[in-house]
Design a protein around this ligand. Structure first.
Ligand code: DX5
Ligand code: ZN
Length: 224
């Protein structure tokens, strides 16, 4: 059975309690810690940067899955490595020299990922899919937590899965935005490998229990 990874997103957590939030994730069934970096240019919001990532890294016992929603990500790759990123995902829409950027991420010792916006076709990943470890399919328009899941994502997972197989790629499919208890299982049966969850985890009365519930809800899902 495929192990489905759960990646709680720090964006929905209380930023006054970064250590507590990481400790909570450390003790939970979560697999990765999803960190959303926003620059106010690629997306209409600003979140956090290197100092917060470095603080998270000091206590994290799980990999930092860093999602860059910034223009010119290629200028900051070694800084993100220094801050503690394990997986570094850049947006296709923000990276004109994506091949060079992806290889630079790997050469720095991180796992390269590529994220695509809801309107971006998975076909645009054809030439890069064999070089990356992760595709982050945005299931909301990036910039904010707590948005409604876009249903069209299911058909993108399906086409992405076929592309991954046809290109002999090992890339995992990560779904980011609006993931909750009502869609987690269907996402996994459609082919998702990693589920990011912000509000579903941190707006819950008991975030640790919410993580366990998410992990459990997909544990017995038949995967493709
Ligand atoms: C959106 C971010 C997401 C966000 C998900 O731009 O990339 O990672 O934190 O939050 P929820 O799960 O609340 O939609
Ligand atoms: Zn994200």
């Amino acid at each position: 059975m495929k192990n489905i990874l759960i990646a709680p997103s720090l964006l929905a957590s209380d930023f006054g309690k970064v250590y507590e939030s990481i400790e909570l994730i450390n003790k939970s069934d979560a697999d990765w810690i999803h960190c959303d970096v926003m620059d106010g240019r690629f997306v209409p919001n600003i979140s956090f940067g290197f100092p917060v990532l470095a603080a998270a890294k000091r206590v994290a016992k799980k990999p930092l899955d860093v999602h860059l929603m910034i223009l010119e990500p290629e200028n900051y790759l070694s800084d993100f490595k220094k801050a503690g990123a394990d997986i570094l995902t850049v947006h296709l829409e923000a990276s004109p020299h994506l091949h060079r950027t992806v290889h630079a991420i790997r050469d720095l010792g991180m796992s390269p990922g590529v994220a695509i916006n809801p309107h971006t076709s998975v076909d645009l990943l054809y030439e890069i899919i064999a070089d990356i470890d992760l595709v982050c399919l945005m299931s909301v328009n990036p910039g904010f937590g707590g948005q409604k899941f876009i249903e069209h994502t299911y058909s993108k997972i399906d086409r992405l899965k076929n592309l991954i197989i046809s290109r002999n790629s090992k890339a995992k499919i990560e779904i980011d935005g609006g993931v909750d208890f009502t869609n987690a299982s269907k996402l996994v049966s459609s082919g998702a490998d990693v589920l990011v969850a912000g509000n579903t985890v941190f707006a819950a009365v008991n975030p640790q229990e919410a993580i366990a519930k998410l992990k459990f809800s997909v544990a017995n899902t038949i995967t493709s």
